[in-house]
Write a protein that binds this ligand. Structure first.
Ligand SMILES: Cc1cc2nc3c(=O)[nH]c(=O)nc-3n(C[C@H](O)[C@H](O)[C@H](O)COP(=O)(O)OP(=O)(O)OC[C@H]3O[C@@H](n4cnc5c(N)ncnc54)[C@H](O)[C@@H]3O)c2cc1C
Length: 413
């Protein structure tokens, strides 16, 4: 019998780690203050996208830097009081906005993404939730040819990584999505992307595979971790207990837990918002679209058309600032015949991001029997299963595939 493992955090990453460890024969307890997939993993755009291989640190940001710094573009909103504490992170990020670094990080991301989507396909079959999927790929759409040309390095990366993508002109866009209005000049179809019509249900379906096979889910708020002679003392709002092995998958909340162990916070938290709209009667969207010039993603979901926004950099305690939602809604109306808002207040989520945009997956650098899987930025839904596989390899002590090394948490901790 293998030792017990506690996985802290039941977002998509924690659930996938728990499931993979269980399949390797560990007795796994998954701990969360909420139900599986009810935090960041619920409100995202639901895209398991092969095009998620592109790092955020893109050389194309340089000519836009002054606009971004002045909050002139909708895809980025900086809360100025947060700037001084962000400077080290931003400098490290900007140093990566070079062609060679971009391609290097993109290669690493593509290896993770391709492997993870393959695993998703198996797990979706195992969980019997094919009905939660949209097919037909995803569309990246450009209103201006200038923006399309600006993104050429991204297409070079997709080409280099062997990711199927098809440039489409205006007529082809409207053949694919006849209800779109004629505002787009150019697009790229990411042919094999899949997307879910309900990311929270997908996460809960994986959690159900885990509990049906005997896994335990404990509803508790984690307060502290203390190393002991043989393992860890785990303190939650339900008391303290001694446990052998711990995997921390608490997303944006991970740094708070590991700071007392001497690990500095490596994250910028990119908030993102969503609202949900209905389509006008008889109109429909069959796949997610990313309207690049207007800075939103619109994804067809069970609850309606979910519209998600770009990056809002703020301090943790700042109140929600859904200005980006307000800014994109008129642009959404230009592009698609939407009707009404179906939720009163925008949903807010946190994307925890390190400067190279790759996740932090692996052993805690200075502690035994403690592993970390967090900082999944814009790609956590896509990268859940590969995170689980790599963590289970670490816990098992088996040889890792090459894609584990770039995710080593020691690079920032
Ligand atoms: C607007 C938006 C759109 C996105 N779109 C996509 C997309 O299309 N595709 C994609 O791949 N990714 C997307 N993402 C990113 C993706 O949603 C995240 O990367 C992913 O959900 C991260 O999963 P996680 O398990 O690491 O974190 P979370 O889902 O945040 O899970 C962390 C868990 O830890 C728990 N927790 C925290 N603190 C404690 C505590 N003290 N005690 C107990 N439990 C605790 C929380 O309750 C939570 O359940 C998007 C994100 C946003 C915000």
């Amino acid at each position: 019998m293998k030792p017990a493992v506690f996985v802290l955090g039941a977002g998509i990453v924690g659930v996938c780690c728990a499931l993979e460890l269980q399949r390797r024969g560990y007795h796994v307890t998954l701990v969360d203050r909420r139900g599986p997939g009810e935090e960041t993993s619920s409100g995202n755009a639901g895209i398991l996208s092969y095009s998620n291989v592109t790092p955020l640190a893109d050389p194309a940001l340089w000519p836009r830097l002054h606009r971004l710094a002045m909050n002139l573009d909708t895809d980025f909103l900086l809360h100025y009081p947060h700037l001084p504490s962000l400077v080290p992170w931003l400098l490290s990020f900007l140093r990566r906005c070079r062609r060679q670094t971009y391609l290097h990080d993109g290669d690493a991301m593509s290896a993770l993404t391709l492997a993870s989507i393959d695993l998703h396909r198996h797990w979706i079959d195992d969980a019997g939730v094919q009905s939660l999927l949209n097919r037909g790929g995803g569309l990246k759409l450009y209103r201006q040819r200038r923006t399309f040309l600006r993104d050429r390095l991204e297409r070079e990366l997709l080409q280099r990584c062997g990711i199927k993508h098809t440039p489409v002109d205006a007529d082809q866009i409207y053949e694919l999505e006849p209800d779109l209005k004629r505002v787009f000049e150019q697009g790229v179809l990411i042919d094999e992307s899949i997307s879910t019509r309900n990311p929270e249900k997908l996460c809960k379906a994986y959690a159900r595979l885990f509990t049906e096979a005997g896994g335990e889910i404990s509803r508790a708020a984690v307060r502290a971790l203390h190393p002991t002679e043989t393992g860890w003392q785990l303190t939650t709002d339900r008391g303290a207990q001694i446990v052998d092995r711990i995997v921390v998958c608490m997303g944006a909340w991970t740094p708070q837990l590991i700071a007392p162990l001497g690990y500095a916070n490596p994250l910028a938290i990119e908030r993102g918002y969503h609202t949900v709209l209905s389509a006008q009667p008889g109109r429909q969207l069959s796949r997610p679209i990313f309207d690049v010039d207007a800075s939103y993603v619109m994804a067809p979901m069970e609850m309606g058309l979910r519209v998600t926004t770009g990056t809002n950099l703020v301090r943790r305690e700042t109140q929600p600032d859904p200005r980006q939602v307000d800014r994109v809604l008129p642009r959404v109306r230009e592009a698609f015949p939407v009707d009404q808002r179906l939720i009163d207040e925008p949903w807010m989520g946190r994307r925890p991001t390190v400067p190279d945009t790759l996740p932090m997956i692996g052993p805690a650098p200075r502690h035994r029997n403690l592993w970390l899987a967090f900082a999944h930025s814009h790609m956590g839904l896509t990268l859940g299963p590969i995170s689980g596989l790599l963590i289970a390899n670490f816990v098992d002590g088996v040889k890792q595939p090459f894609m584990a090394q770039p995710c080593d948490p020691a690079r920032y901790l």
